[in-house]
Design a binder for this molecule. Structure first.
Ligand SMILES: Nc1ncnc2c1ncn2[C@@H]1O[C@H](COP(=O)(O)OP(=O)(O)O)[C@@H](O)[C@H]1O
Ligand SMILES: [Mg+2]
Length: 615
């Protein structure tokens, strides 16, 4: 098991064993998160240290105020009344300087930490994006795109919140409490004792709050996740929802989930209210006790009025940072969970390692050999649990220039074969070769140049039609683009678009039909001019009335190269040099289409049923 931190412990093991596994697992995850954090912080270590110094000095300066006021009241003012102004002027100056130092350094701290964290986040985002892209098809077939998206959005955002405001506030709050605590002892040890005595219940309260709110927070985020999943699922399947008329049931279910989420949030807010009010109560009781104790000492003449006022000022500030400290638990928890998941993706290794080396100037001939290839999806990604091999000892040899059609029932292994040919996966044992060379030894750029695959989802990127075709050959001229489009029969419909080849296609631009999208992807493949072309059900969205045009387009696409096509379209298969009938990963029949029909086997059956379906 290798993917991300969110898999469950294996089922069917004893509870103790599971707890041990969980503990071990969570230690491993924590180590992984810390490692990532250390890597992210390493480049900015020096600056982070300087900024810590900033906040320490700022908070030290900020805690001087009440001390100076006490000095002013008890010493400087009486001296001034006696005619000596120096001390009072010094105290006032000191007060001003402390205020300016605090404000200036805090400004630097806030501005600089935010630029620092943005830099760290930028590098994390980039790393995650580049890494996710490199993980290849095997990863993406197992790790749903919803989860990938949530890594790049929610999780990074949680980390951002923690770094940006949470950590800032926490460090500031802790420093503030520390310096106020010290200052109050410097001012008057007896008042310091009162503060520390009040600190005990405040700390207990904060611990309680952190515990409860962590639990509530987890509950609320689980419910919110469930809500989002439900929402996405319904929207994703909106056609099924509408056509089966399940809207009302879906709405009821959604409402129930929303209510549960609202309830969790309500409990969170209530707990927060309890925490804040109890903290305020503790603070006020402490102030009352302080006034009582120090009032008596004032009457005794043990302390001056300055000490009384200074101590009260300190105590009013002392407990405020506790709020921040208590609140940090949630921020911290969500960031820690996010960091676990993100570090999980970053630790995923591509199952297909691109070969490095120089790209061969000569293009391939296009001979393909599957030599005793065994393949199963188990062990590829996290969600593949299948044990049976999909291919067991497959031998398939295709001479250069041949057009081969793969046919067989759904699940027979047709797509698996072509995914191996495009090296989206590597075989377990055996080898797939191009011109006798193992695909694992061919540099990635060369393989992508020589082998191109077009699938049913003809993906179009936002941009113009022309730029989508040019994807097959970066830097293609407009003539090349247009002639490729014409060759596959896409020219007429493109020219009829509002801006022709420059018509933008995106969620705001024009919507192409599935068939038109496939024609564009054919043009993209033709302009790439690969030695080996793979079509996996790439003609399934083209309409029957255009049958002859499609045949012409396909012929243009398939000539002068090796082609492996998977098609449910009789005419396409009939035009192939050779048909291979697959059954559960094994080759059942392999010959020219008319000979297979004459032989009266599985392909002949299939062919008869196709013929019948056309009538
Ligand atoms: N990404 C995948 N993960 C796990 N199993 C898969 C995956 N893709 C296909 N399979 C399994 O491999 C077998 C062959 O599938 P496939 O090659 O897609 O068949 P075909 O294209 O002939 O319909 C099926 O049993 C299918 O369930
Ligand atoms: Mg398939």
């Amino acid at each position: 098991m290798s993917t991300a931190g969110d898999q469950d412990a294996p089922l069917g093991v004893s509870l103790e064993h599971r707890t041990a596994v969980d503990a071990q697992q969570s230690r491993r995850l924590r180590r992984r998160s810390l490692r990532l954090l250390a890597e992210l912080v390493r480049p900015v270590r020096g600056r982070a240290m300087l900024l810590s110094l900033c906040v320490v000095v700022a908070q030290a300066a900020g805690s001087l105020g009440p001390l100076l006021i006490a000095t002013a009241l008890d010493h400087a003012l009486p001296a001034a009344i006696d005619g000596s102004l120096t001390e009072l002027v010094l105290v006032i100056l000191g007060y001003l300087v402390a205020a300016i130092v605090e404000a200036g350094l805090m400004r630097i701290f806030i501005v600089q930490t935010s630029s620092l964290t943005q830099g760290v986040l930028l590098s994390l985002r980039r790393r995650l994006f580049i890494h996710t892209q490199q993980l290849g098809v095997s990863f993406h077939e197992g790790y749903t795109s919803g989860r990938v998206i949530s890594r790049q959005t929610n999780d990074i955002d949680s980390i951002r919140t923690a770094l940006d405001s949470g950590l800032n506030d926490l460090v500031t709050a802790v420093m503030r409490m520390l310096f106020i605590g010290v200052a109050i002892f410097v001012l008057d040890p007896a008042s310091g004792v009162v503060a520390v005595a009040a600190l005990i219940p405040a700390v207990l309260l904060t611990r309680w709050f952190q515990g409860v709110s962590t639990k509530l927070y987890r509950e609320s985020s689980e419910r919110s996740a469930r809500l989002i999943v439900r929402f996405v699922e319904v929207l994703h399947g909106i056609r099924a929802v509408l056509s089966f008329g399940t809207e009302r049931r879906d709405a009821a279910r959604y409402t129930r989930l929303s209510e549960q989420y609202a309830e969790a949030n309500r409990r969170q807010v209530i707990t927060m209210g309890v925490f804040f009010t109890l903290l305020a109560l503790i603070s006020n009781v402490a102030i009352a006790a302080l006034v009582a104790v120090n009032g008596m000492r004032l009457m005794d003449g043990t302390i001056g009025v300055g000490v009384l006022i200074g101590a009260v000022l300190y105590l009013t500030q002392f407990f405020q940072p506790m709020e921040e400290i208590g609140m940090f638990a949630n921020t911290f928890q969500s960031a820690a969970a996010a960091l676990e998941k993100v570090s999980g993706v970053l630790e995923e290794q591509p199952t297909v390692r691109p070969a490095v080396g120089r790209v061969d100037g000569d293009r391939a001939q296009g001979r393909i050999d599957f030599d005793d290839v065994t393949f199963s999806y188990s062990g590829v990604g996290a969600e593949h649990t299948q044990r049976e091999p999909v291919l067991a000892g497959l031998d398939l040899h295709i001479p250069a220039g041949q057009t081969v059609a793969l046919v067989g029932a759904t699940g027979a292994g047709k797509s698996t074969i072509v995914k191996l040919l495009a090296r989206f996966y590597d075989p377990g044992t055996g080898a797939v070769r191009l011109d006798g060379r193992d695909l694992r030894e061919i540099p990635d750029a060369q393989l992508r140049r020589d082998v191109v695959m077009v699938t049913q989802e003809a993906f179009l990127f936002s941009g113009t039609i022309a730029s989508n075709i040019a994807l097959g050959r970066p830097g293609a001229s407009r003539e090349q683009i247009e002639s490729a489009a014409d060759a596959v029969g896409a020219g007429p419909f493109i020219r009829a678009l509002p801006a022709g080849y420059d018509t933008p296609i995106s969620h705001r631009g024009i919507r192409l039909s599935a068939g038109q999208q496939q024609l564009v992807s054919f043009a993209r493949a033709l302009i790439a001019d690969p030695r080996v072309l793979v079509l996996d059900e790439a003609t399934s969205s083209l309409d029957i009335p255009g049958e002859r045009d499609i045949q012409l387009a396909l012929r243009r696409l398939l000539t002068d190269r090796t082609a492996v096509i998977i098609a449910h379209r009789l005419s396409t298969v009939r035009d192939a040099d050779r048909v291979i009938v697959l059954d559960r990963g094994r080759i059942l029949e392999d010959d020219a289409p008319d000979r297979l029909i004459a032989a009266g086997g599985a392909y002949a059956d299939l062919n008869r049923r196709w013929q019948e379906s056309l009538q």
